[in-house]
Design a protein around this ligand. Sequence first.
Ligand code: CP3
Length: 352
Amino acid sequence: MPDPVTSSGKPLLRALAGETLPRPPFWLMRQAGRYLPEYRALRAKAGSFLELCYTPALAAEVTLQPIRRFGMDGAILFSDILVVPHALGQELDYVEGEGPRLDPVCDRGALGRLSAAGVDTILAPVYETVARVRSALPPETALIGFAGAPWTVATYMVEGGGSKDFAAAKRFAYGDPDGFQGLVDLLVETTVLYLRRQIDAGAEAVKLFDSWAGVLPEAEFRRWVIAPTARIVAALKRSHPAVPVIGFPRGAGHLYEPYLADTGVDALGVDTALPLSVAKSLQRRRPVEGNLDPVALLVGGEALQRSALEILEALADGPFVFNLGHGVLQGTPPEHVAELAALIRGWPGHTG
Ligand code: CP3
């Protein structure tokens, strides 16, 4: 018997278009990655993480690994949000056990040394990956492209890596807003180009990751999160009106509401800390995607079952995509992902 969910159109795209499906489609942020032994094997073969991102045969294979194992409804392109600054000419390295390291851009002088001239050439392998994955995917699986949103990418560019307090990024943004606007403008322009090329190569939906949206006060959130996101969405809607854009302003809390009202995103990624009642009220206006705690997936068992069911009970009766509230953690046992997939596939199951 055909699965009723997959009988007409790709479930993920139907949910993002506002349909309520009998069981929600699912995929997981960071579904490809170090928790999978087959990922670690290919990563070792590629040498460096950037080599992996820029080698279409390997990046396509990594994108497909979780789909083969778990049959998610969405495959997310394997790449990283920091390939954009790299393509703009910023030195980038991924240090084992530490994360990304970049040569910091903390003033107008350093900003002036970046250039969009090489972006299309440097990122061409990413588009090739998209095309390869698209032709290899099962017919019911949708391909998701992505980029970092300007504020989040700018934090890495200015801090030179991850940060706890974002002091350098805020110092630039608050101390020289016109200069920082120059960086954000460059990122808006590059991100639009980058996402358009991904869509032309075969991406069927795109997600904007604003992982550090939640560290800004309201006025700055409007200026550096909402405004640039709205410009990117408007540009994509002009060129590719049918492709859904998922916005993920992680940690935005009460500012999810103006983000939804003012950016034009088609669907909203909700993080782990957002109460389900708030997610439910946002869902009355747009499809939502989220928000299982990645630690519940890591722990598994009762904690996983209970939190996943809570989310399904709260959100599966409206347009919904099941996902985590942030990325899969490194030590997560792959069997827990299989258990979660089975639980979602069994929804709504038999009660009583
Ligand atoms: O499976 C997927 O979701 C697709 C691939 C993907 C990666 N990064 C692969 C990756 C996606 C969508 C991202 C997004 C990303 N990258 C974000 C936004 C989402 C989030 O997690 O908040 C951010 C902030 C980054 C920047 C980044 N890349 C960091 C901070 C790190 C180091 C920390 C870590 O988790 O490893 C990376 C490296 C990275 N990106 C890895 C992977 C699989 C690990 C690299 C390795 O194999 O050593």
